[in-house]
Design a protein around this ligand. Structure first.
Ligand SMILES: Cc1ncc(COP(=O)(O)O)c(C=O)c1O
Length: 328
């Protein structure tokens, strides 16, 4: 018989490992889980059960909310979206919206962090390793508060370079379900980085723009029309929604001629004066090169700059979309 080489840990061995110092505490501040109905702050304890179908089948949904200077930006929108996503795939949501809101706000308060991000999931739940959802009596809610997302400054100052993705961005049911199955999305970024650009945009079967791996895309035509893809083909991004609101204000000011949701052929994007990405973590960033073609004059444009200022103001001053955290 072959000699066994694997160590078998006692509970004490495991606890010794848990108690080890970890550099992860610099970026992962606190986690709540309905498995424990409690919060942990040691990253070595921030785990989820292996038999949760979200782990082994990607059967779960997620969302994220930014915390800016002690206030959560667009929290209601993100809670509504995760509930819509979970409901659409029949997950038995373990908490009410109000309970999720309270848990998120309290867990942020526990960290004491004023600038961070709340990332949360509703999983199918535990029960076994099959694909059958019936195996899980109810879902679980997991929340982690992590450091504020950061991207290279050049994304905002010089703009991103992107390519058309060879992978169709396909979510399991509808693009509106923000599911944990992001393999195509990950492959888009893998492809983009392999060909030496910053990111990628997926197109639909007819060759129209859809979205980025974790961001929405919009263009500004040379005659100042703000265009974004048809909403039925893309995730309803909270930041795109906000950008549409701001773009309509720019229309009222006569800076934009119109704001429209429509099919956008790649060729129209190549000929646009501005292209940009929107997402919770990126906020808004200009795209200056697409498939090797320079967009506009190859520099971040006027509409991008105006939208960026409008976002900054919204995220710091607009109490209608900011939920304060009670840190005491
Ligand atoms: C596929 C996809 N599209 C768009 C977005 C942008 O959405 P939001 O602005 O709500 O972050 C995301 C973000 O998670 C995404 O995953």
């Amino acid at each position: 018989m072959k000699a066994k080489k694997l160590k078998i840990w006692s509970e004490q061995d495991y606890l010794n490992w848990v108690k080890q110092e970890t550099a992860l505490k610099e970026k992962y501040f606190a986690m709540y889980s309905t498995v424990w109905d409690a919060v942990v702050t040691n990253p070595n304890l921030m785990t989820i059960p292996f038999d949760d179908h979200m782990v082994h089948r990607g059967d779960g949904v997620f969302d994220n909310s930014l915390v800016v200077n002690g206030k959560v930006y667009l929290l209601e929108e993100h809670l509504d979206r995760i509930i819509r996503s979970a409901t659409a795939i029949g997950i038995k949501i373990p908490l009410t919206k109000e309970q999720m809101r309270e848990i998120i706000l309290e867990t942020i308060a526990i960290t004491g962090k004023r600038d961070c991000i709340a990332r949360f999931w509703i999983s199918r739940g535990t029960g076994g390793f099959s694909v059958y959802p019936d195996e899980s009596p109810r879902g679980h809610f997991y929340l982690i508060i992590t450091s504020f997302p950061s991207y290279p400054a050049r994304y905002y100052e010089e703009g991103l370079t992107v390519v058309t993705s060879p992978f169709p961005l396909r979510q399991p049911f509808t693009p509106q379900v923000k599911s944990c199955n992001y393999l195509s999305n990950a492959m888009m970024e893998f492809f983009a980085h392999n060909v030496g650009v910053d990111s990628a945009i997926a197109i639909d079967s007819e060759g129209y723009l859809t979205e980025g791996s974790n961001k929405n895309v919009a263009i500004v035509t040379k005659d100042k029309i703000f265009k974004y893809p048809r909403l039925e083909k893309i995730l309803h991004g909270t930041m795109l929604k906000r950008a549409i609101h701001f773009a309509n204000q720019l229309k009222e000011q006569g800076i934009l001629k119109d704001v429209v949701s429509t099919d956008i052929p790649i060729s129209e994007a190549y000929n646009s004066s501005e292209m940009m990405f929107f997402s919770t973590t990126l906020i808004v960033a200009p795209i200056v090169k697409y498939d090797g073609i320079t967009i506009g004059d190859g520099k971040p444009g006027e509409i991008y700059r105006k939208l960026r200022e409008m976002f900054k103001k919204d995220m710091t001053e607009n109490d209608e979309v900011l939920t304060p955290v009670d840190y005491d």
